[in-house]
Ligand binder design. Structure first.
Ligand code: MIC
Ligand code: SF4
Length: 634
């Protein structure tokens, strides 16, 4: 067996491990973050479970850090109190980005981790099977339920040789994105092997598994080897190490080879992580803003390299450079060894250890700006400036470009080899352990509004095609996130006025006037974030079904968990026959869920179009009952 199959087998609760069949696995650890966490904990409370049943569950507060009113602080207080009272650890604001901190302090090779954040696969960097999901699935896993997924194909990404100076782990994952594109990983786990693995440190491996989310993959994983052992020992967690690798002669469903010595620095160009070009082709382009950080590239190693490049120099006069360390551990170590002083002296604006600009929470660039970011997503308007062009690059490319003011190729750059520390600085005093707290009162700010609940599926569904969208619509289109909106993540009625506003500002008004209807879309609908809000808000607006050429995994599960039908065109060409404004009708919906075959009548065009439902048996029941919570009650 390959490593993915071994971990799945060790955790299998139901199903057969045949590609494409529904299976369920036991979840050892969970993580939540605050922007999806408020909903996840409201849903967890709705299950009535008293104490979490996992080996370790952690609630991180790292996303909504701008406290421009009392709203975010209210949500933080809710999360802290609800988590501690149910046996969940809390990583307080300031402690760092969930994925970075989880890797440092909690992750264990061979374990399963389910997180209410799409970049949970970061844990694959130490050999965990780490999967992102909607808040409801994480809430159920905290209550001891297994996690259901489709048995993935396992793709072997064989890494050969060694990276050249100035070429980085970011360039490896950008190369994989160039090969597979943003939908190329759907239904697949990317398993990294080969002689090149041993030259990659744990944070470098984590950069690769983190951004595997942009392939749409179920997750990505590296073996746990001597490098992993040294990392865990340096974190004071040597006892958490278990060697994990594929069996000798293991087989895979697909195979990709990447020659690390042949790679050169790459960038993902606007507005997709899959729009990859060589830095050489972009070199010389004037840059206005550079942001270094995010769960992809904010480790100690990343920032030490940035500091070495910036040392003794000054940022170009026309560039605004920000640096957000991934964790307090990283920030403190840089402060103690002087690297932080080098970064500050060069003119960087040092931000707190949090998601920050990555989620549009501050640092929106100026109109029409070119912004280089070491992040993982450059979806349209995610920076908060619709006219800005965001390029995703490595920390080395970002740092050299910050000095020149134009996109600059770092290949061959002469910086000292930075070694992984023998010992990381360990200070867990911002991690609250539930065993130290008794009789906690759950704090509920008045921004916390009840979440909408689905109702049993009606047999006839009618309504207009309220909007017709193209391919690759992201969750940032469906439910935008930015400094102004993030504070309302526990307030679905408020957020509903912004649904799909990145595509059509009139959509929410129209959906409300028409009392709901249908969304029609192209392929890979819902790529990106795990935010359940991208399903809850359409549910609130009365959306009955999304009819698309294909769906991204997490969003499709979120739709079904909330009782919205994700229907696929049986013939992709039928997409062209339906227009926005057409009157649509589906008869015999309940029976059709059973057969997974639907007939869509377009009453405006007087045509019918076959649709199919791709889901497991459990999800059929869920759709008929009107969502996961209803079907559990049944
Ligand atoms: C993201 O990177 O898009 C986020 C913000 O971390 C999301 C979660 C969210 O929308 O709150 C994710 O990756 O799932
Ligand atoms: Fe935070 Fe950005 Fe990572 Fe999402 S991708 S968890 S917003 S740093």
């Amino acid at each position: 067996m390959n490593l993915t199959q071994k971990i799945i087998k060790a955790h299998l609760v139901s199903g057969n491990m045949n590609v494409g069949e529904e299976i369920s696995v036991k979840i050892d650890q969970t993580l939540t973050q605050d922007s999806t966490g408020t909903m996840a904990y409201l849903q967890f409370e709705a299950t009535g479970v008293d104490k979490v049943k996992t080996e370790r569950s952690v609630a991180y507060i790292d996303h909504n850090m701008l406290q421009a009113s009392q709203l975010n602080a209210d949500d933080h207080a809710y999360i802290q109190s609800v988590a501690l009272s149910h046996g969940i650890y809390v990583s307080k604001p300031g402690n760092g980005i969930c994925h970075q901190v989880h890797l440092e302090r909690f992750g264990k090779p061979g374990k399963t981790l389910l997180g209410s954040d799409s970049h949970t696969p970061t844990g694959g960097g130490i050999g965990m099977l780490a999967i992102g999901a909607g808040g409801l699935d994480v809430a159920l896993a905290m209550g001891g339920a297994p996690f259901y997924l489709i048995m993935p194909k396992v793709v072997n990404v064989e890494l050969k040789g060694k990276l050249k100076k100035g070429v980085t782990a970011k360039d490896v994952i950008l190369k994989v994105l160039e090969i597979l594109t943003t939908a190329g990983g759907v239904g697949k786990v990317m398993e990294y092997t080969g002689d090149g693995v041993k030259y990659l440190t744990v944070p470098e491996r984590a950069t690769i598994t983190n951004m595997g989310a942009e392939l749409g993959a179920t997750t990505s994983i590296f073996p746990a080897d001597e490098t992993t052992r040294r990392f865990l020992e340096a974190q004071g967690r040597g006892e958490d190490y278990t060697p994990m690798s594929a069996d000798e002669g293991a087989t895979y469903d697909e195979h990709i080879v990447i020659d690390l010595d042949e790679l050169s620095p790459l960038a993902a160009c606007p507005h997709s992580p899959g729009n990859v070009k060589p830095i050489k082709e972009l070199a010389g382009k004037k840059v206005d803003q550079i942001c270094i950080g995010s769960c992809t590239n904010s480790s100690y190693l990343d920032l030490m390299k940035v500091a070495a490049i910036l040392k003794g120099k000054t940022v170009s006069p026309e560039v605004s450079l920000t640096v957000s360390p991934g964790s307090r551990q990283v920030l403190t170590m840089l402060a103690e060894n002087g690297a932080l002083a080098d970064i500050i002296a060069a003119g960087a604006r040092v931000l707190e250890c949090a998601c920050g600009p990555c989620i549009g929470n501050g640092q929106s660039p100026k109109q029409g700006a070119v912004s280089l970011r070491t992040f993982n997503r450059n979806f349209f308007n995610r920076s908060g400036t619709p006219s800005a062009d965001v390029y995703l690059v490595s920390p080395e490319t970002a740092a050299v470009s910050a000095l020149t003011g134009v996109i600059t190729d770092p290949e061959g750059i002469d910086i000292p080899d930075i070694q992984m520390p023998e010992k990381f600085l360990i200070n867990d005093n911002l991690i609250l352990k539930p065993e130290n707290f008794r009789n906690i009162e759950i704090v509920r700010g008045d921004n916390i509004k009840p979440f909408p609940k689905g109702s049993a599926l009606g047999d006839t569904l009618t309504g207009e095609a309220l909007i017709k969208l193209g391919d690759d619509i992201t969750t940032d289109h469906i439910m935008p996130s930015n400094a102004a909106l993030l504070a309302y993540r526990s307030n679905i009625p408020y957020l509903s006025d912004y649904c799909l506003s990145n595509c059509d500002k009139e959509f929410p008004k129209r959906a409300k006037e028409k009392k709901g209807g249908f969304i029609v879309a192209g392929s890979n609908y819902g790529q990106g974030s795990s935010r359940e809000h991208a399903a809850l808000v359409p549910l609130y607006l009365g959306i009955k079904a999304v009819i698309a050429k294909s769906f991204a995994r997490i969003h499709k599960d979120n739709l079904m968990n909330n009782g919205i039908l994700p229907l696929v065109f049986e013939n992709a060409a039928d997409y062209d026959k339906i227009d926005a404004g057409d009157k649509l009708r589906i008869d015999n919906a309940v029976e059709s869920v059973g057969t997974r075959k639907f007939i869509l009548a377009d009453e405006t065009k007087n045509i019918t179009v076959p649709l199919r439902l791709e889901c497991g048996d459990r999800q059929q029941n869920m759709l008929i009952c009107g969502g996961s919570l209803n079907s559990i009650k049944h």
